[in-house]
Design a binder for this molecule. Structure first.
Ligand code: ATP
Length: 259
């Protein structure tokens, strides 16, 4: 079986006025179908850059990458992935259903097909009943769920998520972690998820990629042995804490306190 994402010896250097910034160096990584993979690491270690390379929003300087057996550019044109940003990035002048409809309009789907997908994906993120609301009428957590529904409505097998819950309080975040986990279990999508939170990474992932900075590189890859089906209670178990400990050790090793 070929991997959904296959990255080999990938490097990316940004040329800036202050000289070159080695954002990614010699990254080797395979992501399989149905994996939930988190990128975790200190600020500036290249998590977002790596996600953007997968999404064809940045070009590597060296190495190779394939997404669903295609180049990232082909994968983008084939709408092989959905992308969820740090902020919900909803259009304030459009209702929630019209925000979700936007990429579907661009795809040229019929009104009936658009309505069907909006209904199904709003149900998946538990937002049914809020179709006619504007983004400002929803809480931050609900807005983020709406932006997940918008990414899902394109029906990609691959979901790329850049710290989608970073700005939310702990309780809302727990709730959304639980919902995202259930959604992943139900749909068996492949997810690549950027986070700063150790519990979030360990709770959600089948594989945790710990990155370290200067140059941005992979420090550790942890294959989780937690059961695929889990609830938030698992965070109290020794198995969970053992993985969390290994992530923490990796983060400490790559961290510089001079920043
Ligand atoms: N367009 C750009 N031009 C120049 N340098 C950039 C650009 N984008 C990112 N960088 C630099 O590349 C490095 C990696 O940045 P990136 O945003 O990927 O890190 P990150 O791990 O996602 O950080 P954070 O957790 O703070 O979001 C940083 O040093 C950053 O300043």
């Amino acid at each position: 079986m070929s991997s959904v994402i296959d990255i080999e010896k990938l490097s990316l250097t940004f040329q800036t006025n202050d000289g070159p910034v080695h954002a990614l160096s010699e990254i080797d990584l395979k992501i399989e179908e149905g994996d939930f993979v988190s990128f975790i690491g200190p600020s500036g270690c290249g998590k977002t850059t790596l996600l953007r390379v997968i999404a064809d929003l940045e070009q590597p300087t060296d190495g190779t990458i394939s997404v669903n057996g295609m180049t990232p550019n082909q994968a983008r044109l084939a709408r092989a992935y959905g992308y969820v940003f740090q902020a919900a990035a909803l259009y304030p002048w459009r209702t929630i259903e019209n925000n979700i409809a936007l990429p579907l309009e661009i795809m040229g789907l019929s009104r009936a097909e658009q309505r069907e997908r909006i209904k199904r994906n709003m149900e998946l993120v538990n937002l049914s009943g809020f179709e006619k609301k504007y983004p400002w009428q929803l809480s931050g957590g609900m807005q983020q769920r709406a932006s997940i529904a918008r990414a899902l409505a394109v029906e990609p097998d691959l979901l790329l998520m850049d710290e989608p819950f970073g700005a939310l309080d702990e309780i809302v975040r727990d709730h959304l972690n639980d919902q995202l986990h259930q959604l992943w279990e139900k749909t068996n999508k492949t997810v690549v998820f950027v986070t700063h939170s150790i519990p979030e990474a360990v709770y959600l992932s089948t594989k945790i990629v710990v990155l370290c900075p200067r140059p941005g590189r992979i420090y550790d890859v942890i294959e989780s042995d937690l059961p695929r089906s889990r609830t938030l209670d698992i965070r109290e178990t020794p198995e969970f804490l053992k993985i969390a400990h290994r992530v923490r050790e990796g983060l400490k090793a790559g961290h510089s306190y001079e920043d």
